[in-house]
Design a protein around this ligand. Structure first.
Ligand code: UDP
Ligand code: MG
Length: 339
């Protein structure tokens, strides 16, 4: 049984060695929980680093058989790097972690325990973000509030990418074909039994944060558009309401002009045509939005549902045919139906 740790790295030459040293004892404890023949792999995904990161990783793989790495051809961003790592990971359980020790390795054994107790996803929740500046906390909080108001599957607050995912969940996430990747949303979308472990977030161990405001903003927009089409739908209601008010006012103007005569020449006819056209336009934008939203959903090609298991597979244990979800390369069986 393997435990895979996926570590996306982008220009992290000062952090890698201390990360490997820091995680070692906790990884050993986590493996103890998993049994005699449990093994770990530390899968680094070099997200197009331009510093000494590749050399350090190469040296590390020579010294340490637990370490593997994967190099992307350029900087694709953390979400893509994580997706690449999840497709390459071999573990029965997979844990994405940051290399800067902001995701404390001490939590690893707890994650594994919850997993062995039956959870398919074990979220690690930050109970204290005081190390993350005011601005970051404020924007993060407003983001979670906004996305959970509109998202169809709620995204747990204060849970980052640091969490344990069972193989079935990893396979389910890997099967999602969308390219605007928002991993936290996908982890929430696939479902399965979830447990939560709390931890206190440390400050960055070395180097500096790779997230600039513009990137985080981009991630937030990706997150919202990937989880919901509500922003498109809003215009149906705004348009409908405006059109209704406009038509009512137009009717009033017509009646008023007919009963009391013309006070300003041209006013009534111009107002009526402006209001009518404006209302009709907003309403049709809303209707367009409804269809565009459906197109956006269809092109994502997410499976209609994900099956966790069935009566035939019960008690038979893992085997080539009883695995509820097909592996990456094998074709999906009828369990996976297209919407
Ligand atoms: N990272 C990456 N590609 C990027 C940006 C970041 O692989 O384009 C990695 C980075 O090396 C680190 C993790 O993602 O291991 C988290 O990044 P960071 O600590 O800068 O983010 P923060 O903790 O400030 O949100
Ligand atoms: Mg960090």
């Amino acid at each position: 049984m393997h435990l895979s740790i996926i570590i996306p790295v982008f220009n992290e030459q000062d952090s890698i060695d201390s990360f490997v040293e820091a995680i070692r004892p906790h990884l050993a404890r986590a493996l103890d929980c998993m049994g005699e023949d449990a093994k770990a792999e530390l899968l680094f995904v070099d997200d197009g680093s331009t510093d000494r990161t590749p050399e350090i990783l190469k040296a590390l793989t020579r010294r340490d058989p637990q370490v593997r790495f994967l190099r992307l051809s350029r900087n694709f961003g953390k979400e893509a790097a994580l997706a690449a790592g999840m497709r390459r990971a071999r573990g029965a359980a997979v844990v994405p972690m940051d290399v800067d020790l902001q995701d404390p390795p001490e939590v690893l054994p707890q994650l594994v325990e919850e997993w062995l107790a039956g959870a398919k996803v074990v979220n690690a929740r930050r109970v204290d973000r005081s190390t993350d500046g005011h601005f970051k906390r404020l924007t993060a909080n407003s983001f979670y509030r906004a996305i959970n108001m509109v998202s169809e599957t709620p995204i747990p607050e204060n849970v980052g990418d640091f969490r344990l995912l069972d193989r079935t969940v990893v396979d389910a996430v890997n099967s999602l074909g969308e390219t605007a990747r928002f991993n936290k949303g996908l982890f929430a979308w696939v479902g399965f039994k979830v447990a939560t472990v709390d931890y206190v977030r440390a400050s960055r161990h070395a180097g500096e944060t790779k997230w600039r405001f513009r990137r985080l903003w981009g991630l937030a927009i990706d997150g919202i558009t990937a989880s919901t089409t509500a922003p498109l739908r809003i215009w149906t209601y705004v348009g409908g309401a405006t059109a209704l008010i406009a038509f009512a006012y137009a009717a009033f103007l017509i009646l008023h002009t007919l009963s009391t005569g013309i006070d300003v020449p041209g006013y009534a006819s111009i107002m009526v045509s402006v209001l009518m056209l404006g209302g009709i336009q907003l309403l049709s934008i809303g209707i367009l939005g409804e269809y565009v939203g459906r197109i956006a959903k269809e092109v994502r090609q997410r499976p209609l549902y994900i099956v966790e298991g069935d009566s035939d597979g019960e008690g038979t244990g893992p085997g080539p045919d009883t695995s509820p979800i097909a592996h990456e390369d094998s074709a999906w069986t009828p369990q996976r139906m297209r919407a």
